[in-house]
Design a protein around this ligand. Structure first.
Ligand code: FES
Length: 159
């Protein structure tokens, strides 16, 4: 008995695979670029602040002139050995996070002041003030560092 290509694919179930592969590939690619042409359009570049580092501790003075003095703000903190995202979600509460996106390692440089979210400029991943992923393609939260605030001094243990 002679069998044509269509009947062969039906019998072997390969037609479903042939149809599914392009759909799966398309979904993976969408996950990578998220179809966002300008992911930072609704966010602002983080203000940069510089501060001191010694023996694994970063110290930042937060007074009334600091760009992070008001709740709801965030900065990129530059220190001797690196950078940190620091946000101030409520009175006397600060978070210190790695600025390296967990998707493909881009530097997270933007903050959406409307939703209090950090925005990765590469593919638009968003993180909340605790570093948790709000929307991907980032697969995991940002690394969080121990931060303490006393008087007007914020100290972050970066190890
Ligand atoms: S590196 Fe892709 S979303 Fe950040």
């Amino acid at each position: 008995m002679k069998i044509n290509r269509r009947d062969f694919l039906k019998k072997t179930g390969q037609s479903a695979i042939v149809l599914a592969v392009p759909a799966i590939a398309s979904s993976i690619l969408e996950g990578c670029n998220n179809n966002i042409t300008n992911p930072t359009s609704d966010s602002s570049s983080l203000p940069n602040v510089n501060d001191t580092y010694s023996n694994g501790i970063v110290k930042l003075t937060v007074d009334s002139s600091s760009p992070i003095s008001k709740a709801g703000t965030a900065v990129m903190l530059n220190y001797q050995n690196g950078q940190l995202l620091v946000d101030h979600p409520s009175v006397n509460t600060f978070n210190a996070l790695s600025p390296i996106c967990t998707h493909q390692g881009c530097l997270i440089s933007n903050y959406d002041y409307g939703s209090y979210q950090f925005v990765c400029p590469c593919h638009g991943s968003r993180y909340d003030v605790n570093g948790n992923v709000v929307s991907g393609p980032a697969p995991s939260p940002l690394q969080k560092y121990q931060a303490q605030f006393s008087g007007s001094l914020l100290t972050v243990n970066v190890g």
